[in-house]
Design a protein around this ligand. Sequence first.
Ligand code: ADP
Ligand code: MG
Ligand code: ZN
Length: 642
Amino acid sequence: MEKFEPNIQQNIKPNNLLIKQKPSKRLALTGMLAASLMMLPGMLGVSPAMAQQKNDRELSYSELIKKAQSGEVKKVELDETEQIARVFLKSQKPDAQPLQVRLLNQNSELIGKLRQSKVDIEPVSSANSRAAFGLLINLMWILPLVALMLLFLRRSSNASSQAMNFGKTRARFQIEAKTGIKFDDVAGIEEAKEELQEVVTFLKQPEKFTAVGARIPKGVLLVGPPGTGKTLLAKAIAGEAAVPFFSISGSEFVEMFVGVGASRVRDLFKKAKDNAPCLIFIDEIDAVGRQRGAGIGGGNDEREQTLNQLLTEMDGFEGNNGIIIIAATNRPDVLDAALLRPGRFDRQIIVDAPDRKGRLAILQVHSRNKKIDPSVSLEVIARRTPGFTGADLANLLNEAAILTARRRKEAITPLEIDDAIDRLTIGLTLNPLMDSKKKRLIAYHEVGHALLATLLPHSDSLNKVTIIPRSGGIGGFSQQIPNEQVIDSGLNTRARMKDDITVTLGGKATEVEVFGEAEVTNGAVSDLKAVTNIARKMVTVYGMTDVGLLALESHNQDVFLGRDWGTRNEYSEEMAIKIDRKVREIANECYQIARNIIRENRTLVDRLVDLLIEQETIEGEQFRQIVAEYTPLPEKELAKSN
Ligand code: ADP
Ligand code: MG
Ligand code: ZN
C-alpha cells in the first residue's frame, strides 16, 4: 500500500488531489479512540489556517515536481510532523513566505526527484509554534477532565467512608454532661428522682452494695405519659451524676438498612465498656423495643435485629461492671416482654402525672424566671389543674406570660392564668355572639349544666359558665372544678358518676324543657358521647350494675400498635343486648332527674339565663349566691363556703 499510493497520486489530476486531502481525513487516518478527544482542537487550530493559505501560497505536489525539474526551486524544507514541504523559489524575494506543499505519507519519491534536480533539501523537525499551541489546547481539555475525575473519586471515597460509619453509634457522649439542668429543675416526681439518685450511687460506690451481696441493677426503665419529665430527669442525672453519660434516642438506632441498628447498639456498648463506670440513656426506647413479630403488617426485620442485639448486649455484660442503662418510654404496653424481665430493665420507675403538691412544686420551678403578680396563688392554679403534666404546666405559665405581654401588663395576674387555662383546655376565645335566638339557646343549655352541677349532691362544683364562643365550634361552656380527692386517689364512686351523667345531660334537658322537643338542636353531640362513655364503663368495666360483676371489655383501647389490637368483646350476643339495655336505662334515669330539676327551678333558670346573656360569663361564686336565693344548696357547696 505504501508504495502504491504515490503512484496513484501521480496519475491523478493535481487539483483533485488537493480537494480530497482534507485535514479531517488525515486525522481520521491516524484516529484511535483516544485521539478523538483531540479532534476538536485539532480542527480548530489547523483547518482555518489551511483554508486561508490554500489560495495564494499553496502549491500542488505535481507543480512542485514540475518546478523542481525546471530548476525554479532554490530550497525545500521538509516538515515531517506537519506533512508539509516549504518551497523557496529562486524567483521570490529573500524575506517572502515560502510556498507550501502538502505531502503524502511516503516522500522517498519526491526526495529522489528533488535530488535529481539538485534542489537543496532541509528536513525541519516539527515543534513549530502551531503544534505547541495545539498541544496547549489539548492540555486545556484534559486538565478539567482530570480535575473532574478526581472530584468523582473524592466523592465516591467520601460516600464509602460514610457507608463505613453507618454502624457507628450516634450517641452523644459526655464525660461531664453540660445539659444545664439540675435536679432542682425537676419537681413533683420525688420518688422517681430519689430512685434515680440511688442508681447514681450504685455507680459511684458499688462496694457498698456488692459487700452485702446485692446485685446492681443493669437497667432502669422510666415509664410515664408524655410530658411528665422523663427526658428532663435523665438530663438532670447527666448533669449531676459526674460519670460519663451516653445519650441516644431509640429512633436513632432505626435505619433503612437491616443490621445497621444492631451494629450501632454493638458500637454503643463497646464505647460504654471502655468508659465504665458510665450511664447510657436511651430515650423513647419503644422505637426499637416494641414487641417482636407484632403490629399490623407483620414484623420488621431491622427493628427486631436491633432489639435482639440490645437484649444480647444487656445479657452480655455481667452485673457490677459499671454500666447502667436508663431508658424512657410512654408506651410500656408495647415493649417486648424479654426487655422487661429481671436482669435487663429490672427496675421500672413510674413517672406519672403529678398530684396537687407535685403540680405546685413544678409551678414553682417554672415561675422562677417569670414576673408574677403577688395576687396569683400557685396553690390555686395547682388545684385547678388536675391531670396536667409538667409539660402542660410549663406551657400554661408560658401562655400566661405571652398573654401578659400582649396586654402590656407588668406581671402575670390571675386573669391571664385563667385565660391561659381555658385556652389550653378548651380553645381560643372568639368574639361574643350578637343577641339572637341562638345565643339564648346556648345560654339555656349552659345554664342547665351549671345549675345541675350546683344542685346535685355528688357532682363537682361550678367554676364558671360562659357563652363566649371558642375555636372548634364551642358556643359556650360550663366548667366544673374537679374533685381533688377523686382525681388524686383515682377512686370514683357510682354516685358521682351518675351525677356526672345527669349534669352532662342537663344541657339537652333544659333545651327540651324550655323550647320543646321540636326545637332541640344538635348541639349536644359531645355531651351524649360523654354520657355513653361513662354509662358503658359503669356496666362493662366497673361492674356497678346488676348486669354483673364482670370485666366485660378489655381496658386497653390502643388499637393501633403492638399487641391486643382490636377490641375484644368478651361476652355473648345475649349479654350485648343486656348491656345496651342497661346503658340506656342509666342514661334515661339521669335524663329524667335532670328534666325534673330544671322544671322545678324554671324561674331560677330564666333569671340565670338573662344574667348570663347580659354578662356573658358568670363565676361560680356569683352563680351559687343567686341559686341560694331560690333553693337550699347541697352540703358540698355549704362546706366550701365555710
Ligand atoms: P417526657 O416525659 O415526655 O420526656 P420531658 O422531660 O421532655 O417529658 O418534659 C418536657 C418539658 O416539660 C420539660 O422540658 C420541662 O420544661 C417540663 N416538665 C415536665 N416535667 C417536669 C417536672 N417534673 N418538673 C419540671 N418541669 C417539668
Ligand atoms: Mg421524652
Ligand atoms: Zn352541653
